[in-house]
Write a protein of this length. Structure first.
Length: 422
């Protein structure tokens, strides 16, 4: 595809790409350096139509990528001019911009960009979605170090509502698509958003480009063709954001497109009717095996639970018997406690009586002590009187009169003894 193929051309090409080798990414050029700049590792296809604000955010998410060895091919399919945005971001991104008047169609825009892509790998970013900074590096690394030609990551759905100034704010983020690759199931449901995928450009030589007969669901149809030829590597990490707006501006939610989606789905199912029939049989066999395995597992779990229940019943019976024994012991201990309480009450009464008797004895002892003190005092007084009397008696004994009287008594006694002898 040359720019002359898309007249009138109102865009421009910005070649202010960063040095890819500075990011640690080796290039796989498709052309000799003498013929032009080396080919990028990745070509990111961006299509836009009348979404200036969200397009800027999408391109800014590319500007923030940790891997910068990529080119951007931007196709404006009949929308308002975005040359100013391209000019603004061209110093930071390698952008090839093409503007179509009038619109030629969604798959046509993708195919036109693919024909111009020079990257070893192809990634896709619609103008209303964004990449997280590690998106391109995660996918490119997975493809380069493995044997896969197609890889995809998980994508967060960001639910948005419009604010009074016309912008959109995110009020909820939810992981909707996070499923491992199953080519049979892909024939019945598209669980791989377009901005989650990166594939080798060589895959297109085998399966072809987007089918332009599909105005919508063109990405799903291409994934089916790729899945018939290749295994996809699922990287279970969220690296991109799909924005779903409440105003119905997403093409998948636009009321005027509902009949188109229904008819296109019918066409897609008809195109792959044989493959769907075989896939349905395989899925049925898989589900039957899964159900049988689940039933067997549930049977084993039921048997285990039955054994556990029986064991618990035995433990419950043993616990009941133990509880009865403990209850009887508790009743005996309760009666013992009552007896002890009764004895304790009696002992308390006796103690109170003894305390009263002790108080009385203390009072009597105190009275006796007082009487004893009085008796001692009286004894001491008597002893003093005795001492006084003895002192007086001693003085009497030593007096001359006492000696004369004593002598007289002795003389009278001698006379009486002499008289009796005579």
């Amino acid at each position: 595809m040359t720019r002359a193929d898309h007249e009138p051309v109102t865009g421009q090409t910005g070649l202010g790409a960063r040095n890819p080798s500075a990011q640690g990414w080796s290039l796989t050029p498709d052309a000799s350096p003498a013929l032009g700049p080396p080919s990028p590792l990745i070509s990111v296809i961006v299509r836009t139509c009348n979404r200036r604000r969200s397009l800027r955010e999408a391109l800014q998410s590319l500007q923030a990528q940790t891997c910068q060895d990529f080119e951007v091919i931007l196709v404006n399919d009949g929308g308002e001019d975005v040359t100013d945005i391209v000019t603004e971001l061209s110093p930071h991104l390698r952008i090839a911009y093409h503007a179509w008047r009038p619109s030629r169609g969604r798959p046509q825009a993708l195919n036109a960009a693919l024909k111009e892509a020079q990257g070893t790998y192809i990634a896709y970013l619609d103008d209303d979605d964004t990449y997280y900074p590690d998106h391109l590096e995660t996918l490119a690394t997975a493809l380069r170090v493995g044997d896969y030609q197609v890889a995809y990551t998980d994508v967060i759905w960001a639910f948005q509502r419009q604010t009074p100034d016309g912008a959109f704010e995110t009020y909820e983020r939810r992981s909707v698509h996070a499923r491992d690759f199953n080519p049979d199931w892909l024939l019945f449901e598209n669980y791989i958003p377009i901005n989650a995928v990166m594939h080798a450009r060589a895959c297109l030589d085998v399966v072809g480009h987007f089918d332009e007969a599909f105005e919508v669901l063109e990405d799903w149809e291409l994934w089916i063709r790729m899945a018939l030829q290749y295994d996809f590597r699922h990287i279970a990490t969220c690296t991109a954001e799909y924005r779903k707006r409440d105003d119905g501006s997403n093409i998948t939610d636009a009321p005027m497109k509902r009949e188109l989606f229904v008819s296109t789905t019918v066409s897609l199912f008809a195109k792959y009717a044989c493959e769907r029939e075989r896939a349905a049989q395989r899925l049925f066999e898989q589900m039957k095996g899964q159900v049988a395995a689940a039933a067997a597992q549930q049977g084993e779990e039921i048997a285990q639970w039955r054994q556990r229940t029986e064991g618990l019943e035995r433990e419950r019976e043993a616990a009941a018997q133990l509880l009865q024994a403990r209850t009887r012991e508790l009743e005996q201990e309760r009666r013992m406690v009552q007896a002890i309480e009764h004895d304790l009450e009696q002992w308390c009464q006796r103690a109170e009586t003894m305390e009263r008797d002790l108080a009385d004895a203390v009072q009597r002892t105190q009275a006796v002590e007082r009487d004893l003190v009085h008796a001692i005092q009286r004894t001491q007084a008597v002893e003093k009187d005795r001492d006084l009397l003895q002192a007086q008696l001693a003085r009497i004994h030593n007096s001359p009169l006492y000696r004369l009287l004593h002598l007289e008594i002795k003389l009278k006694g001698a006379i009486r003894r002499f008289a009796r002898k005579s």
